[in-house]
Design a binder for this molecule. Structure first.
Ligand SMILES: NC(=O)C1=CN([C@@H]2O[C@H](COP(=O)(O)OP(=O)(O)OC[C@H]3O[C@@H](n4cnc5c(N)ncnc54)[C@H](O)[C@@H]3O)[C@@H](O)[C@H]2O)C=CC1
Ligand SMILES: O=C(O)CCC(=O)C(=O)O
Length: 540
């Protein structure tokens, strides 16, 4: 039974997929402090939050069972992504469900700003009939500058176009063609700041967007402009804005978000006559809250059940058609990694995945986490390695990763060769998927084999001498170990040779040492294809 903790108010209707699932138990406990959350999180497999819960490193470290953190919304700045990634916890969000709602809130703020609606309301209900203080401006024919043209920014631009506004915008990822279709003139941030009558920001808060609009930008702004932030506090410098309002550069500002939420009671925005504020309500509609809860519940359940999922924030997104083509190869990659690491000595420095056949024409970089999972889980007994943290763990260990087309392939069929370069040697194995059969190891270094990834294999390197093979067979037989298959190879008569034996049961350390005591034998490796890859190696 999977246990899911919902620690923020999230739509009950939207959570139904989880609450109705037979294999899921949902606990809704909101308003927990960090300490309280730390004391309970150890029993949960998933944590679902909105924006109130700050999912800190301490909480993540205490979540020993956590597999997934779901964010019912877009921004994940309340979750310590690095801590989640290094623990191998998937973070998923629900990026599409609140786009329209937040766009509409932005528009409500812009219109309220243009017509002083909150200020006029306050005076009117207080009994003052003041019409002259609230002379507004029209939106039609005004220039709207949109910084950040992603989901919400584009929706805002579409609504603004319907209001007859001229659109100017900046987003590093929006093409000229798309912008033109949307009627948006692309410009630099500097041009937008100098020319727009209204500016609205719709970027995430990043190092680059932090204080994207600050004193320097206010200094060159069109006098009398108005500014809106329904994205994230900190994109606009709050103190610089108050100065610009007081100096008459900015005529009004509308903010749904703050650098620190909730703002302190003496925050200057809360008393300023030209600033209107809402308490981070951008996504607060019935529809949006249901949408995001439905979306995130669906992904969480997929992750818990180990089914394909989308919207992972701390893993690269793989387009679904590519995912369909690569998915059959994921297990093989993990098996190749687990096998090869048992054949190799020294600290791993380089991992190379070479793809042959039609596979080579695809973007095969999504295979890397699976290969690494196989390799790293052999060594890291205490850390949990999974496909979320595999690349992160490899990078921490300065392991260089490469994916490339196979340079040498004897067949045009799809094959994956995995190479490991360590501080002392380089070894490689090749695997493929045989139709109707499954994954097979088809080469160990240059030696052709056909081995399923199950049971035990002995790899023996020896001097090519008459009688050696017989001595190995006798020794294994005397130890009660049956040989299922055997392959031998050599580079020249009397030169270096190998034996690859599939055996029916694990060879003990004593057997390995006895094998190594045969004078012609230089190296013996036992490869276990079990989950943990338990190994019995013996080497001079
Ligand atoms: N007030 C609220 O309740 C809500 C706030 N949000 C916030 O709104 C923001 C936008 O959300 P979405 O449109 O869904 O995200 P999105 O990811 O679809 O769009 C963000 C866009 O910002 C662009 N961007 C990044 N750096 C930039 C830069 N330096 N200059 C210009 N553009 C840049 C990106 O290329 C992207 O196109 C996010 O910060 C999100 O957290 C979202 C929903 C509700
Ligand atoms: O959960 C909320 O209401 C906050 C929404 C938000 O800011 C987001 O989705 O990024």
């Amino acid at each position: 039974m999977f246990k899911v903790l919902v620690s923020d108010p999230i739509s009950d209707f939207g959570l139904q997929q989880l609450t109705r699932a037979e294999d899921v138990e949902v606990a809704k406990i909101t308003g927990l402090s960090e300490e309280e959350l730390i004391s309970v999180i150890h029993s949960y497999d998933a944590l679902l939050v909105r924006s109130q819960t700050k999912v800190t490193k301490r909480i993540i470290e205490a979540g020993v069972r956590l597999q997934v953190i779901g964010r019912a919304g877009v921004g994940v700045d309340n979750i310590d992504l690095d801590a989640a990634t290094s623990r191998g916890i998937v973070v998923v969000n629900a990026p599409d469900g609140n786009t329209v709602t937040t766009c509409e809130h932005t528009f409500a703020m812009m219109m309220s700003l243009a017509r002083h609606i909150p200020q006029a309301y306050t005076k009117t209900v207080a009994g003052q009939w003041d019409r002259k203080s609230f002379l507004g401006v029209e939106l039609r024919n005004k220039t709207l500058g949109v910084l950040g043209l992603g989901r919400i920014g584009i929706e805002v631009a579409k609504l603004a176009a319907a209001f007859g506004m001229t659109l100017i915008g900046y987003d590093p990822f929006l093409s000229e063609e798309r912008a033109e279709k949307l009627g948006i003139k692309l410009a630099t941030v500097d041009t937008i700041i100098r020319t727009a009558d209204f500016i609205t920001v719709h970027t995430p808060l990043t190092d680059e967007t932090h204080h994207m609009i600050a004193r320097q930008q206010f200094d060159v702004m069109k006098r009398g402009m108005r500014i809106i932030n329904c994205a994230r506090g900190g994109i606009i410098d709050e103190s610089a804005l108050v100065e610009a309002l007081d100096e008459g550069i900015v005529a009004g500002a509308a903010f749904d978000v703050f650098e620190h939420e909730p703002p302190a009671p003496d925050h200057p925005f809360l008393r300023h006559p030209k600033i209107i504020v809402t308490p981070h309500l951008g996504a607060s509609t019935l529809e949006a809250q249901e949408n995001v809860a439905v979306d995130v519940s669906e992904q969480v359940i997929h992750i818990l059940r180990e089914e394909p999922f989308k919207n992972a924030v701390n893993m690269p997104t793989v387009p679904s058609d590519l995912l369909n083509q690569l998915q059959p190869w994921f297990t093989l990659c993990e098996q190749l990694g687990r096998s090869l690491v048992q054949m190799t000595d020294g600290a791993i420095r380089e991992v190379t995945v070479e793809c042959a056949g039609e596979l080579a024409d695809l973007d095969t970089s999504p295979l890397i986490p699976y290969v690494l999972k196989g390799i790293l889980s052999h060594h890291l007994s205490t850390e949990q390695v999974n496909i979320v943290n595999a690349i992160h763990l490899a990078k921490l260990r300065d392991i260089h990763l490469t994916v490339r087309k196979s340079l040498f392939t004897e067949s045009a069929s799809c094959e994956i060769t995995l190479r490991l370069k360590t501080t002392i040697e380089e070894r490689w194995v090749t695997g493929t998927l045989l139709p109707g059969v499954g994954g097979r190891l088809v080469r160990i270094g240059p030696y052709p084999v056909v081995l399923p990834f199950e049971g035990y294999v002995l790899l023996i390197s020896q001097q090519d001498m008459p009688g050696t093979i017989g001595r190995v067979g006798t020794l294994l037989g005397d130890s009660g170990i049956n040989i299922a298959t055997m392959q031998v190879g050599r580079n020249e008569i009397g030169g270096s040779a190998v034996m690859i034996l599939k055996i029916d049961k694990k060879a003990s350390r004593n057997v390995m040492e006895s094998l190594l005591a045969i004078p012609e034998i230089k190296r013996v490796r036992e490869i276990s294809f079990d989950e943990r890859g338990e190994e019995g190696g013996a080497q001079p």
